[in-house]
Design a binder for this molecule. Structure first.
Ligand code: FAD
Ligand code: UDP
Length: 374
């Protein structure tokens, strides 16, 4: 088979490239995925009970990029949705990110008042303070709340999720969920927050609906690479796998999902409940909160983080540490040597902890750069 472009991986990154190439350049694309569906980790489908579930764990769309929002809005209508997460802390369910309301719920009122007024005075109302920053505070009350949040919100959760302590990971990891000096109980504060009305799968299917785009599922790139003749390639799988691990394996973290369906309408009081301190799992998601579906039964996903073993588990999370960044650089040098014949992108191709909007933004940027250069 002969095509202009071969795209490996039909997740959001691959789909964005395919759509842009077909619509903007009118060139032919073969997009393949080893899975039996498109949309990568954002895939959603109805289970045997008729409940729409996110097959690879909770996916909530949020972005500050108007460009990404406008781009995806061509392929979906949106259902307004503000994501809320509760954390099981000291036997109470309190809002996360940890905020002024969480403090009110956990401490006697005079103590809460004192801590809150210090947080507001020192950092300013509305500020977002990463836990590793707050730990540097010298004031006794701020020091207390920093130690409390570190111990009760971050330390054990991070150990479960990554098998590492917060300070051994890039600070960007725990900064994703800062201490919020406000009473905003939403998990995200982005300008645009919504869920695709008919789901992510339908949105990506529309992105790929073009006569110039051919989709091939259940196909590993390694198994067919000799049978496809192409001019250029976009690779959104693991970059270390592409180069046959010649510099060693890049570490990833994986997950195991326990899926339960209950014979009643709702099983928990928020979309997601985090369990930093109890149990082996990190969080439980109740799918109907995310999808807005009405159904007499309900499905939950319980996430158990596990080590990633190549060929056996899914590489869900690149692990952001300094050592891994250095190892990735060796692969990046290899990719530079291919001089644009192969473009690496996406959470696995770039080895970056991207959210969906960041994956789309990166694909749009790389496409536009490539398109300018001809
Ligand atoms: P992927 O979705 O991983 O797609 C890559 C595809 O390539 C996969 O389908 C894979 O099968 C295929 N592939 C790999 N190697 C090969 C090969 N050799 N041959 C053929 N096919 C191959 N983002 C948010 O914005 N909000 C959220 O709430 C959110 N929640 C998340 C929760 C979890 C548990 C996880 C793991 C991620 C979450 N994300 C979330 C991140 C989001 O999933 C990613 O940003 C996005 O899916 C990245 O898209 P991608 O196309 O780069 O990668
Ligand atoms: N985190 C934590 N406790 C929480 C929530 C998050 O320690 O209750 C830390 C943890 O290290 C986690 C990171 O913040 O991996 C990012 O959390 P996020 O919810 O963004 O993770 P994701 O949805 O990507 O799994």
């Amino acid at each position: 088979m002969k095509v202009d472009w071969l795209i490996v991986g039909a997740g959001l990154t691959g789909a964005t490239f395919a759509e842009r190439i077909a619509n903007e350049r009118g060139e032919s694309v073969l997009i393949l995925d080893q899975r039996d569906h498109i949309a990568g980790n954002a895939w959603d489908e109805y289970n045997s009970f008729g409940i729409l579930e996110h097959k690879y764990g909770p996916h909530i769309f949020h972005t500050n990029s108007k460009q990404v929002w406008d781009y995806l809005s061509q392929f979906t209508e949106w259902r307004p949705y503000f994501h809320k997460v509760l954390g099981s802390i000291d036997g109470k369910l309190v809002p996360l990110p940890f905020n002024l309301n969480s403090i009110d719920q956990l401490f006697p009122s005079s103590m809460a008042e004192r801590i809150i007024s210090k947080l507001v005075n020192v950092y300013g109302y509305g500020s977002r303070v990463p836990i590793l920053e707050l730990l540097k505070a010298s004031d006794e009350d701020l020091r207390f709340i920093a130690d409390y949040a570190y111990k009760n919100v971050f330390e054990q959760y991070t150990l479960k999720q990554w098998g590492m302590r917060p300070e051994d990971l890039s600070p960007a990891v725990t900064s994703r969920v800062p201490i919020l000096v406000s009473r905003d109980d939403r998990y995200f504060q982005d300008t645009f927050q919504a869920m695709p009305l008919l789901g992510f799968g339908v949105m990506v299917r529309r992105m790929l609906s073009h006569p110039k785009i051919r989709i091939m599922l259940k196909t590993r790139w390694q198994d067919i690479q000799d049978q496809i003749i192409f001019d250029r390639m976009v690779f959104t799988g693991p970059i270390d796998e592409f180069f046959q691990f010649k510099h060693g394996k890049l570490p990833y973290r994986s997950l195991k999902f326990q899926v339960d369906t209950f014979p009643f309408e709702l099983s928990q009081s928020a979309a997601v409940i985090n369990y930093p301190n109890e149990y082996d799992y990190t969080r439980i998601t109740e799918m109907k909160w995310l999808t807005g579906q009405r159904h007499s039964q309900t499905t939950t996903f319980t996430e158990f983080p596990i080590p990633h073993v190549h060929g056996q588990t899914v590489p869900y999370y690149p692990i952001p540490t300094e050592d891994n960044k250095q190892l990735f650089k060796l692969y990046q040098e290899e990719s530079d040597a291919l001089q644009g014949k192969v473009i690496f992108a996406g959470r696995l191709g770039d080895y970056m902890y991207y959210n969906m909007d960041q994956a789309v933004a990166r694909a749009l940027m790389l496409f536009s750069k490539m398109n300018k250069n001809g």
